[in-house]
Design a protein around this ligand. Sequence first.
Ligand code: ARG
Length: 467
Amino acid sequence: MADGNSETKTSNQMWGGRFASGPDAIMEEINASIAFDKKLYAQDIRGSKAHAAMLAHQGIISAEDKDCILHGLDTILSEIESGTFEFSRRLEDIHMNVEARLGVLIGPAAGRLHTARSRNDQVALDFRLWVKEEMGRTEKALTALISAFLDRAAEHAETVMPGFTHLQTAQPVTFGHHCMAYVEMFGRDRSRVRDALARLDESPIGAAALAGTGFPIDRHMTAEALGFREPTRNSIDTVSDRDFALEFLSIAAIAATHLSRLAEEIVIWSTPQFGFIRLSDAFSTGSSIMPQKKNPDAAELVRAKTGRINGSLIALLTVMKGLPLAYSKDMQEDKEQVFDAAESLELAIAAMTGMVRDLTVRADRMKAAAGSGYSTATDLADWLVREAGLPFRDAHHVTGRVVALAESRGCDLAELPLDDLKAIDPAITDQVYGVLTVEASVASRTSFGGTAPSGVRRQIAWWRERL
Ligand code: ARG
């Protein structure tokens, strides 16, 4: 990377006025951000165009200079998009690469673009615009994932499976209900994106280096041209604030944590031991040595991406925590973390959406597991409360004795003869067998938000309306 060595050390053409010589090669290497911030080229050019138009509108630059600048910036945009633009590390970052090229293309008028502006508000603008667009993409991706889950939930509103606590069979639930738990989780992620977008929606440009400017700029005009609700209100805060990046990373970390829990369930469910689901060939891999294997690699990688995304959040929090106001170069380290997390999150959501859409539900296996482990014991206790008038604590105790008996016989609760049940509590009648099946158990859980198929369908309809 140290190509600075071979070049003569002339001082930087953009800010080198007071420097006798150029930077050491190592200085250049640690200082330059062009390798990664060139990703912001479109936002940088958009921002410069809005700034130039405003400068001309306010009479700060001439209309001719503005026209030259706008035309030059359009040329640069097409050069970058067609791959003919030559990025230079000596010019440090995207802002100075664009401005230097503008000088080559249009001459002295290019030097007027940076009036009433600094790279500090410029980078805050470019990065904000990028994060805003990325959050739009995140929201769309989450919507697709939620919609995949809604389809699977509708298909399986009545499919019984064991519900777990401590990963031990607890009570029967439906697969549809379990899917809807993820709809709630990803729905919260989506609403976090929306909240953050509303907070981010202020334009930084015009804060200049940190103190504002004496030129008669119109920040409301640039804010509007760039699609922001309004300009930021404090120039010092504007150039030192990276909350929008931290919020994006926090949202990403929470969403990735949700994805990771889902990935973990997919890994467990697709084992031969559980066998609740089969992953499609499109989202699994084989083993190079064991021909019988089908591995959930995509789910495992989604689980692992969470580590990376959480790492990015901690990295940027740590970069920011000791910074005095306003701008410090430390903040240049914000971009790679956000770019990397964004890429990982997009990929993880897309892979998960594919897996959810494609996976085969093995309803027979789920049902068999749902009935094992005395999963309807709570239904028996509830029946004793409802039909025999026992206090719940007593009913719990009676049920415990019934479970112990079934366990000693190696049979299910429903297989115990009525006489044996009556011997434990004479209030038990043959009516009790009606509540001991897994289907009866889930159908009875009609409390709001419960697992009964009717309730699950109601929640699916609620979500479909909001999507
Ligand atoms: N490349 C810099 C960054 O990403 C741009 C801002 C530089 N500002 C400055 N005063 N050196 O933060």
